[in-house]
Each structure stands twice: as C-alpha cells, then as structure tokens.
Design a protein around this ligand. Structure first.
Ligand SMILES: Nc1ncnc2c1ncn2[C@@H]1O[C@H](COP(=O)(O)OP(=O)(O)OP(=O)(O)O)[C@@H](O)[C@H]1O
Ligand SMILES: [Zn+2]
Ligand SMILES: [Zn+2]
Length: 803
C-alpha cells in the first residue's frame, strides 16, 4: 500500500503537520508529490497538498484519499522545500506558505473540464469511451465512468488531452482554429505526387507541413503562405489536413506589436559589471550581486544581456519589478528582446489571465517571467538567473501571511539552482549595501549615465523663507516661475506629493522643527483626541505644545495636504494648464494607471501630479521639470526608515527629469533644507548618505545592526487589547535573553483600523535563539482567543511597514 503525506487546508497549530492517507488503488502510480488532493478530515472534506509519497506509516488505520485535484503537480520538489523554509522563517503555517505560491485561481474550488486535443482514434482504448464525439467534457465524468486517472495522466503527458480550470471571470475564453496534417509524413509525400501541376497553392501547404509537421494556427498559416481558407478546405476534403479549436491564452499584451531590439554594445562600465555575473552563469555558481547604478546608467540593458546568456544555456530567468514600475514601458523592453518567451505577472491581470501566464511557465512554454513580488514563485525547474530590480522597494515584502521577503526567497532559489541573484538599484536598501560592503554580496557599480549625461540640477527651496516673505501658498515662487516657463515652452512637468493620509506629525512652519522621541529618533505622532504626542516604538509621550520649543512661534501644527487639494490650488494658479492627477483615487479602475500615463506620454496634459506611483520607471522625453512639493511629509513618518525612504524617493523622482535631449531640472520644497537626507539626495551622494544613516542606525540600535520583530495585537475592545499586549510583553521580557530589547506595548501609529484597536511590541535583537519559540508560545496561549474571540496577533520579522 502506498501512503501520501498531506498538508491539509486547515490553518491551525494542531494541524500544521503532514497527515498520512492511503492512496487507493485507482490512484496508484498517479499521485505524485506536489499535487493537490481532496481528503476526509474530521467530518469534512478538505483540500491538501501531497508533500511526499511513501511506502510505510506508523499508523494502523488510514483513511483513503477521496479525490485528486491535479493530474500534474502544481508544486515542484524545490517549491515544497521552499514552503517548509518560509514557514520556519515567518512563523506561518505550511498551508499558507504553499497557497501563496499558486495563482489565485487555483486556490478556489474551480470547475474543471477535460479537452481532447487529438482525434478520438488516437486515444488509448480506456479513454475512447470518454469523449463520445464531444471535444470537451466535465472533469467529473472521468470518475463517473470509472476511467483510470492514470490513463488520463498519460494522455496529458502525450499532449492528447488537456485539463482546463474554468475560471469564472468576465472575459470569455477565445478559441482559435489550428491546422495540422491528418496523415503521416510519407502519406503526405505520396499525395503530393498525385497533385495536378495547377494546384500550386495546395502543394505549397502540403510541402509546408512536410517540413514543419506541427500544428499551426490557421491564420498564421494563411499569412505565412499567402493562401486562402478555400485552399485549406480543399486539402481537408482530400483528408490530408484537419482543423481543431484551441484556447487562445488571454494574453494582455496580445495585440501589441513588439519591435525586436538587439543587444547594445556595452559601455566600459557595463562590461566590467556584467563580467562577474556572466562568470557565475557559466560556472553555475550561486552568488548574490548588488548592481548599484545611478538612474539611467544602463542596468536594464545588463539584465537583458545576462538573461540572453542564460537562455542560450537552455535555462530560465525570473525578473522582479515593483508592481508600480511594471509599466508597459518596462514590459515592452523585455518583450521586445525575448518575444513570446516572456510571461508577465502583475496585479492588473484578471485571475484568468494570471493563471494562463502561470500555466505557460508550468508547461515550460516560456523562459522568462517579468513580474511583481509573487513571480518569485514561478515554477521554473531550471533557473539560470534571478533579477530583482529596484531591490530597495518595500513592496517586495509581503504584508499578509506568510510575510516573506522576495529577496530572501530569491537567495533560497538561487542557492538551490546554483545560479546568480542580481539585486539592482540606484539607492540600495541600507541592509543590502551593508552586506555588499562586508563582502556578503558582490558589489558592481555603474557610476555614470549612458553617454555621460549629467544628472539633473537640483534646487532646494526653503519653505520657511517663503512663509517669512509672505507666500502662504503650497507653491514656492521659484516653482511657480519654473512651471510657467515650461508651460509657455510646451514642455512637461511632473509634480510629486507624498501619499495622502498619515499626516500625523507636527512641524513648526517657522523654523522647521519637528518633535522627535529622544530614545528612538522617530517623529512623535499627534493624537488629536488627547492632544498628546506619542512615540510608537517605546512608550514616551508629551502633551502637544502650544508653541514651538525651538523658536516659540505659534505656527506649530500638524502637517499634510491631499493630492486633490493640491490639484485645485494648482489649477487656480495656472488656469491654462492641463493637469493629470494620479493617486489611489484616480487609478482605482483597471487600466486607469496605464491610460493616464499614456495620455501624459502623448502630451495631452502639461502637468502630471501624483503620489509614489509616478516616481518610478517613467521615461518621458518632454519632462524638463520635476517638483517635490513637500519632502518633509515623508521625512517625518514615524518609521526609522523614513530618512532612507526619502532619500530613495528623491533620487527616483530626480531620475525622471532630463533623460533625453532636453536638460532636466529638479526642485525640492522643504521646511528642513539642512537635513542631511535632503542635502545629500540633491547631490546624488548615496555613499555619504549611507555612512551618515548607518551611524544613526547604530546609535539607536536599528537594522542593519539589529534585527527587528514587530508583534501587533488587535481586537475591537481596547482594554482587552492592552491586556493581551501587556501580558505578551511580559512573556517576551521574561523569556528572552538580556541582550534583546523589548519595546512597548504601545499603541500602533494607526491606533484603530476598521474598528479594531491595535497595540504593538517591538523586539530588537542580534542573536536570540529563544525568539521563535517564545513567539510560538504566545501564539499558542492565545490560539483559542484568536479562533473564537476575534483576537488577532500578527508577527512580522524584519518589518517594513511600522504603521
Ligand atoms: N550600452 C548602451 N549603449 C547605448 N544605449 C544604452 C546602453 N545601455 C543602455 N542604453 C540606453 O540608455 C537608457 C538608460 O538605460 P537603462 O534604462 O537600462 O538604465 P537603468 O539604469 O535601468 O535606468 P533606471 O534605473 O532609471 O530605470 C535606455 O534608453 C537604454 O536603452
Ligand atoms: Zn519653530
Ligand atoms: Zn521612543
């Protein structure tokens, strides 16, 4: 008897281990590890992943597997191991770790159908009765008619039949007509001899199939041979050809033409940078590279050329790009180089489209995937390189369980496949750069823009000065002048405002002073109700002062404006300007993001006003002015990374200007022009910024010097939430070693979300062997409350969002 070890879809502590099931005879020899099955579990039937097929079990009475969901494994052996690792790293359940690797459409219980791609006569005897003249049948009929699954499986492997998941989405599946020979090769050759000399067109088609043998879409055949449907039909009547229907993949980039691009001759710097990566590819040696290159220095060209090397070796490539940068422009660069070998995965695709892209990878029909975070789980089996562009982006960390970081997963997979991992950025995460400095990663540098274009000039405008001169508007005089200039020259302008909301800190508009926690070096958060300022890392708090403690001005108040308000003000100031606003509100609908950008690209607007989402990947040749309206709003978020994030953002936005013929200019408005972040960003001095920021991280004990774990408790009842958080802090304090620091409990920066109160503890540690165990213990203590009493305890290792 064969046994399957199954992880069941019951996310809880007691069930977070493999359960043994008997493989019934009808499934014998067909169930493989990585497939999903339906198993009885208590009174229910649940889905599960087969992790292993074994011969023995310690148990006496096994229940049999009820049904199979896949005839081909959805997880490879590597992904099964990866799931175990993610579970350990993030303290999540097995089932959660496996679910996250699959496209959404596979997670629900979708109907399945079986399609016959061949002629019925070609099927094995067991399968012949199945279709009975139909080309598609419900999957369930296999079981009803008691056809052995194993036979179906063999037919799938031979390409005779195919399983479809019926994803209920709005678009209907497109079918296209394909043509293939109905006779074998020598019969076709014989038939040629009988053709009359006049039948030139028919002859051409038959000769084509003698040469190519394979099926081809009808339309493509007609186009290639300049022939007609009638001619094909004549050959079908003669019994030489046959047609069949095939699903067209829902390829969102289907209708676009991509002009093939050739590799560019690399510059000296590029050659130096690419060499070690190529060596790693050739020697099949795992290495992590940090490609540190200023914006426009040709990083993407390096990605393209290393991928080409990988493809030549018959291997595959994963390219991660931040969701926001997955613009048509970016996708186009990969599609133009590698054509149909590229799958694209991002959140703008419908579940059906995502599934299609994933299946192309699973069936090894593509070699490259360009995608957002989750594309790191692409089920390639022969990876040759993993590239993470803009590696500092916080969107590579998943905020839901399992809270994995794509960079860590990339390193795991890179080690497994013995292939290079390339992290690219103009402003690497501090952690990454520190590792590169230590030699853990190999540092490759591109210090100049292609063609030695200079970086755009940056002007810093002191908004305190503006106020003193009586300008109370959100646009400085200099910015107004520059906008006017661009408008009259018919050039374009990008204005950048930090994301709305979170305007929770107070700043003195007179002197730019902000109130910081003396222990944590983060801005204090304003709590309107109690009129108090609180630190969200430790428990420090003070009453809201009426006057600025520095200059005694009474202009101290909390800070922030939304994009909509700015748009109104902008339109008032420049009535003739055509403005496009891009923020979460205007880009909610599918395709809106792309449409707005295209409009701007076609110069149907003069000013693009937006949040973070306009900072990256954009490349418009008529943009000659980039304005940052309020650098402070990001600088003073209650987050120890706020300086780093501001530096990254300022560099990114500056990189948008003057990328082409016209020289660009950048203007940054701020109340704290003397802040090292603003100053160094305006000089593009990453190196100095790194040293400066590292000193602060060291002093206040933050990453990369310390690791962090953030534990957030939430519940509708505030008192209960505080109680749990306090008990949790006690447990942490009493169990962890004296070297680790437990901060809190404190209210989270966003104290209430959706009627739930939130309190948090933060652990700072270097080496802490008892941390995982202690947190697990806490989760166990509260497991029942979490299941029955709506309590939530969320653990985040190396958190990025500290809200
Ligand atoms: N060796 C080369 N010769 C000529 N042009 C090049 C070369 N390498 C790159 N380019 C071009 O220079 C421009 C900038 O290069 P690329 O986009 O690769 O830089 P990047 O570092 O990825 O930029 P960013 O970080 O701003 O996205 C592109 O238009 C690209 O086609
Ligand atoms: Zn002041
Ligand atoms: Zn503090």
């Amino acid at each position: 008897m064969k046994i399957a070890r199954v992880i069941v879809d019951v996310p809880a502590f007691q069930t977070d281990r493999p359960f043994d099931y008997e493989i019934p005879e009808k499934f014998e020899h067909m169930i493989e590890k990585g497939m999903r099955v339906i198993v009885p579990f208590g009174p229910r039937k649940v889905m599960g992943f087969v992790l292993e097929v074994a011969d023995q079990t310690d148990l006496k009475h096994l229940k049999p597997i009820d049904d199979v969901m896949d005839l081909t494994p959805v997880l490879t052996g590597e992904l099964i191991e990866l799931g175990k690792w993610i579970r350990e790293q993030t303290l999540s359940f097995h089932i959660t770790a496996y679910q996250v690797m699959l496209p959404q459409a596979l997670k629900a219980k979708y109907e399945k159908e079986l399609e016959c791609l061949a002629l019925e006569e070609e099927l094995s005897d067991e399968l012949k009765p199945l279709f009975a003249g139909r080309s598609v049948i419900p999957f369930a009929e296999i079981q009803e008619k008691q056809i052995p699954y194993r036979k179906v499986q063999e037919a799938i492997k031979d390409g005779l039949v195919e399983v479809h998941y019926i994803v209920k989405s709005k678009e209907t599946r497109k079918k296209s007509t394909w043509v293939k020979p109905a006779k074998d090769l020598h019969q076709l050759e014989e038939a040629l001899e009988d053709f009359s000399p006049a039948a030139k067109k028919q002859r051409a088609i038959v000769e084509f199939f003698i040469e190519h043998k394979d099926a081809i879409p009808l339309k493509q055949l007609l186009d290639t041979l300049h022939t007609t449907r009638q001619t094909v039909q004549q050959l079908m009547k003669k019994g030489l050809l046959q047609t069949f229907k095939k699903d067209e993949y829902r390829d969102p980039y289907n209708n676009r033409e991509f002009i093939q691009t050739k590799p560019k001759e690399l510059t000296g710097e590029q050659k130096q940078a690419i060499k070690p990566i190529e060596e790693s590819i050739v020697n099949e040696k795992h290495d992590v590279f940090l490609l540190h290159g200023v914006t426009g220095s040709g990083k993407t060209e390096i990605y393209l050329q290393t991928i080409e090397k990988v493809l030549k070796k018959g291997k595959e490539a994963i390219v991660l790009v931040p969701e926001i940068a997955l613009t048509p422009q970016m996708v186009q660069r990969f599609k133009s180089r590698f054509g149909a070998d590229v799958a694209v995965m991002h959140s703008g695709l419908s579940p059906g489209e995502k599934l299609d892209e994933w299946r192309k990878i699973q069936r090894q029909e593509v070699k490259v995937v360009v995608g957002a975070r989750s594309a790191i789980f692409a089920p390639f089996q022969n990876l040759g390189i993993i590239i993470i562009d803009e590696e500092h982006e916080s969107s590579y960390k998943q905020e839901d369980n399992p809270k994995y970081h794509a960079r860590d997963v990339a390193v795991f997979r890179g080690q497994y496949h013995r292939c290079p991992v390339v992290l690219g950025s103009a402003t690497p995460a501090l952690e990454t750069y520190a590792r590169a400095k230590k030699g853990v990663y190999r540092l490759l540098t591109l210090s100049r823009r292609i063609n030695n274009q200079s970086m755009p000039e940056v002007e810093i405008v002191d908004m305190r000065e503006e106020l003193h001169r009586g300008n109370r508007s959100m646009f400085s005089r200099s910015l107004q002048e520059k906008i006017q200039e661009r408008l009259s020259r018919k050039e374009q302008i990008v204005l950048f405002l930090n994301r709305r909301g979170y305007s929770t800190f107070v700043i003195c508009r007179d002197c730019g002073h902000t109130l910081q926690c003396p222990h944590c070096d983060i801005s204090l958060t304003y709590h309107r109700k109690q009129e108090r300022l609180k630190c969200h890392y430790c428990s420090y708090e003070i009453p809201m002062p009426g006057r600025c403690p520095e200059c005694y001005s009474d202009t101290i108040r909390y800070f922030g404006t939304g994009t909509q308000k700015v748009e109104e003000a902008l339109q008032l100031t420049f009535p003739e300007a055509r403005i496009i606003r891009m923020d979460v509100d205007t880009t909610r609908n599918k395709g809106a993001h792309e449409r707005l950008l295209a409009e701007f690209g076609h110069r149907r607007a003069d000013i693009l006003l937006g949040t973070q989402m306009i900072a990256k990947g954009l490349d418009f040749e008529h943009v000659t002015l980039v304005g940052v309206l309020a650098a402070d709003s990001m600088l003073h978020l209650p987050d120890f990374r706020s300086a780093e994030k501001t530096f990254q953002l300022l560099t990114q936005v500056s990189g948008r200007a003057g990328r082409h013929e016209l020289p660009g200019e950048v203007l940054i408005q701020t109340y704290t022009p003397e802040h090292y972040t603003v100053e160094l960003a305006s000089k593009y001095d990453y190196e100095q910024f790194f040293y400066k920021e590292m000193q602060i991280r060291k002093k206040f004990q933050y990453p990369p010097y310390y690791y962090l774990a953030l534990i957030t408790v939430s519940h509708p009842n505030q008192i209960y939430t505080i109680e749990v958080a306090q008990r949790m802090a006690k447990m942490l304090n009493s169990r962890l070693s004296g070297q680790s620091k437990v901060l809190g409990p404190t209210p989270s920066p966003l104290l209430r979300i959706k009627d739930r109160y939130r309190y948090q503890c933060m652990v700072k540690y270097k080496v802490e062997s008892k941390l995982q165990m202690t947190i697990k213990r806490i989760l166990q203590v509260y497991e029942e409350d979490m299941q029955k009493n709506d309590l939530q305890i969320v653990v985040d290792f190396q958190p990025y969002h500290l809200m």
